[in-house]
Design a protein around this ligand. Structure first.
Ligand SMILES: [Mg+2]
Length: 294
């Protein structure tokens, strides 16, 4: 295992992993020189780099078997910084849509958000539009959104385990404070970055203060944190997200993971979580299940 290009392929299934069928299929396309059982449902196979055709075959096999797979270089596996999207990633909700609905505004907001997350319409424009619907509504409506927040399975153990292992965890969202503040605190993120509503006399003005003035706020912020921490994006960063506004951040990270993602992320990011939950991120990073902090 001296080859610095050595790969590790991680396989994760929802229930017990059929390791025999994985190893059998794998042996047809590549020799494996080492394996590691991470849990009854997660396995690492180490190997030399393989060609694109074989990688495609392997990914197709996993898709058919409903197994999540991550392929990465061993030498960059350990990371230092975790960047996570919020809406539809670390929680089930799209919180701005929830807020607009709770405010009683009757528009097909989910459809607009879906198109924006697929990169088919401008994100910034739709965000502006959605915030504008709230103009004149009472900010106390936010407390109702907080009550309806549903965390994704594995969210808490993921953040706790990373924190305990000296990762710097950042929640970055096109969503809004104080919703992101609540989510970040509840899960234990060390930092959170989000948009802010402009309010006056307890009411929304219909305006907001964006994370940054930049088009790709998440990537901009990732660069900023990496500079501050003096770390490398390719070596040290793992990030996760589901929508078009996460794409640049995921692409720039050493390990960018699509989570239950929109098509644009599925088509442009190789490593995905489709069938399991957020604990799979820990397996991708090489943690064994017995090391998870609950
Ligand atoms: Mg999202």
């Amino acid at each position: 295992m001296n080859n610095s290009n050595q790969l590790v392929c991680t396989f994760v299934s929802k229930k017990k992993l059929d390791t025999n069928s994985v190893v059998n299929f794998f042996s047809k396309i590549q020799n494996t020189n080492h394996f590691e059982i991470l849990s009854s449902r997660a396995l690492d196979l180490y190997c030399d780099p393989f060609n694109k055709i074989n990688e495609k075959k392997l990914r197709k096999f996993c898709l058919k078997k409903k197994i999540d797979i991550c392929i990465q270089k061993i030498k960059f596996r350990k990371k230092k910084l975790f960047f996570s999207d919020m809406d539809a990633t670390i929680i089930h909700n799209e919180t701005l849509d929830d807020l607009v609905k709770i405010a009683g505004i009757k528009i097909d907001i989910e459809k607009t958000t879906k198109l924006a997350m697929e990169g088919k319409i401008g994100l910034r424009e739709t965000l502006k539009l959605r915030v504008n619907y709230l103009k004149g509504k009472n900010i106390s409506l936010i407390s109702k959104v907080l009550k309806n927040i549903k965390f994704r399975d594995g969210a808490s153990v993921l953040v706790k385990t990373l924190n305990r292992n000296d990762y710097h965890s950042v929640l970055i969202t096109g969503g809004f404070q104080p919703i992101s503040t609540y989510v970040a605190k509840y899960l234990g993120f060390k930092k959170h970055v989000s948009n802010k509503f402009v309010t006056k006399n307890g009411k929304f003005t219909g305006d907001y203060i964006p994370i940054t003035g930049h088009k790709n706020s998440k990537l901009f912020y990732l660069n900023k944190v990496c500079n501050e921490m003096k770390i490398s994006k390719i070596k040290d960063v793992i990030s996760i997200g589901d929508g078009s506004n996460d794409l640049k951040m995921l692409k720039a990270s050493g390990l960018g993971i699509g989570f239950m993602a929109h098509k644009i992320i599925q088509e442009n990011i190789k490593n995905q979580i489709r069938f399991t939950d957020l604990r799979t991120v820990l397996f991708y990073l090489g943690f064994k299940e017995k090391e998870f902090i609950y």
